[in-house]
Ligand binder design. Structure first.
Ligand code: PMP
Length: 368
């Protein structure tokens, strides 16, 4: 084999595997039901869809580069200073910017072993070391994280609630984690699923951002606001961190129709409440139904449930996944993340939820 004399990427990029999104299509399966990406079947506010449609008239224009009106609307609804809000093309954009700004070769980024994959992927992309700390009770392990901190640690990511497990950290534990971190470490509270939470002892992070210089919270319109396809997210952090992110972000990172749609969505808190109630009802139902079948369902505060297949059974999660796929139901099987015994199932419409439970029951009762 001849030597490659063409353009060469940074060495550390060669170890990376691309992010694998939830499947939307499978060969041989017509119109599958996609329950693999934690999208909201409840759907966006009709007001957001109207605003989106109206924005179509103006597509020759660039969007407002500073997302000024969107930041003002988020600030008003959440009681936050718009100057300390930054918007992004999904919260992925902001998580990536944080890593590009604060990490790099020789520096460390801490995340949970079972956590959102973007943290290790982007950390490795900039040549930083991604340090995976084992989870505790399916959520982040505070003591494990604190023990992993070194003088080279720059960022700690906590997805709260956690994807792909659905578990969450009560607020006093988040405060204890922050209290134990040295000042040079930036704590990122990734609250993508905050709007799904019904637990009383949960908070997304605004109050800690107000008090501390080293905490930023990120949020998204992709989950309970039902606007994943528009790619809009936001972050709230210390003024100097927001300033750094603004220096390196794409100038027009939030698309033109995304801005008015997200404004209408955040203003329609009644729709959000209805979606939260729908989500919680079917989350409880799925948890109870799948537990009754003998499966290990991780208690969830998100819009999905992680379902464990007991090791003593004559079938595996992989076989269940193949069976469900053949029957047109696409879930997420995550062996690469060490969750080969589990399937992650996003909450669907009532009919889809009933059908997926029936399918899993039939799969389990097949003669083997
Ligand atoms: N954080 C977590 C924990 C997530 O699960 C996701 C979506 N899968 C995101 C962030 C990113 O979502 P988006 O870029 O759509 O805002």
């Amino acid at each position: 084999t001849g030597e490659n004399t063409g353009p060469q990427p940074h060495e550390h990029i060669m170890d990376l595997a691309p992010y694998v999104p939830g499947r939307a299509k499978v060969d041989g399966v017509a119109n599958p039901v996609k329950l693999s990406s934690n999208e909201s079947v409840f759907g966006p506010s009709p007001k957001a869809l109207d605003a989106y449609a109206r924005a179509g008239e103006n597509l020759i224009r660039y969007p407002d580069a500073a997302s000024t009106d969107l930041r003002a609307a988020i600030g008003e609804i959440h009681g936050l200073d718009p100057d300390r809000i930054i918007c992004g093309a999904g919260s992925d954009d902001l998580l990536t910017l944080l890593i590009h700004a604060y990490a790099g070769p020789g520096l460390e980024v801490i995340h949970s072993r079972y956590g959102f994959m973007v943290y290790p992927i982007q950390s490795k992309a900039v040549g930083a070391t991604a340090v995976a700390v084992p989870n505790k009770d399916w959520a982040a392990d505070l003591d494990g994280i604190l023990a992993a901190v070194t003088p080279n640690t720059r960022l700690v990511f906590v997805d709260n609630p956690n994807n792909p497990t659905g578990a969450y950290l009560p607020w006093d534990e988040v405060e204890r984690l922050h209290a134990g971190l040295p000042a040079h470490v930036l704590l990122v509270l990734d609250a993508a699923y905050a709007e799904c939470v019904t637990a009383d002892d949960y908070r997304a992070g605004e109050s800690l951002v107000e008090k501390a210089d080293n905490v930023i919270m990120t949020r998204t319109f992709s989950k309970m606001y039902g606007l994943a396809g528009l790619r809009v997210g936001w972050g709230y952090g210390p003024a100097d961190v927001i300033d750094i992110l603004n220096r390196i972000r794409m100038p027009f990172n939030v698309c033109l129709p995304g801005q008015p749609a997200a404004i209408a969505a955040v203003r329609d808190q009644a729709h959000l409440e209805a979606g939260r109630a729908f989500n919680a009802e079917w989350r409880d139902w799925l948890t109870a139904s799948l537990t009754a079948l003998g499966l290990d369902v991780v208690p969830s505060q998100t819009n999905f449930v992680l379902v464990g297949f007991p090791k003593d059974k004559p079938y595996t999660a992989e076989e269940a996944n193949a069976y469900l796929t053949r029957h047109g139901y696409l879930l997420r099987w995550l062996p690469a993340q060490g969750l080969g015994d589990h399937l992650r199932l996003s909450i669907g419409t009532p009919d889809q939820n009933r059908a997926v439970v029936d399918l899993i029951a039939s799969f389990m009762s097949v003669e083997r």
